[in-house]
Design a protein around this ligand. Structure first.
Ligand code: HEC
Length: 93
């Protein structure tokens, strides 16, 4: 019984996430969110998207590109940069 319940909760949760992703984010923002969660934890914890304004994010992302290059890590390409920025801008302060 516990297992069945857990299964139902998991399915409901997954469906909720999908719906939220569809409703709240554009395709570009959703890609950006995934990239942000995958790439921005390499050196430190994920920052809160609402800690900066849209413009501050742009400048900070440019600095992070430099940090990645200095660490011999491939920086975000142009499209990825735009995606991450679009996501952060949508959640910015
Ligand atoms: C190669 C390592 C590295 C990666 C990858 C990285 N950062 Fe950073 N980040 C740093 C370093 C180092 C600092 C400390 C500030 C400085 O010297 O640049 C920092 C600081 C920050 C800060 C704090 C700035 C402040 O004023 O407190 C934020 C926000 C941030 N990073 C966001 C990001 C985001 C968003 C990404 C993904 C696009 C990212 N970082 C990826 C190295 C990295």
């Amino acid at each position: 019984m516990r297992r069945v319940l857990l299964g139902i909760l998991l399915i409901a949760g997954a469906a909720g996430t999908l719906l939220a992703a569809d409703g709240e984010f554009s395709e570009q923002q959703a890609q950006g969110k995934a990239l942000f969660e995958a790439r921005c934890v390499a050196c430190h914890q994920l920052p809160e998207p609402d800690m900066l304004t849209e413009n501050q994010w742009k400048r900070l992302l440019q600095l992070m590109q430099k940090r990645m290059q200095q660490a011999d890590m491939p920086p975000l390409d142009e499209e990825e940069f735009a995606q991450v920025h679009a996501y952060l801008a949508s959640q910015s302060k």
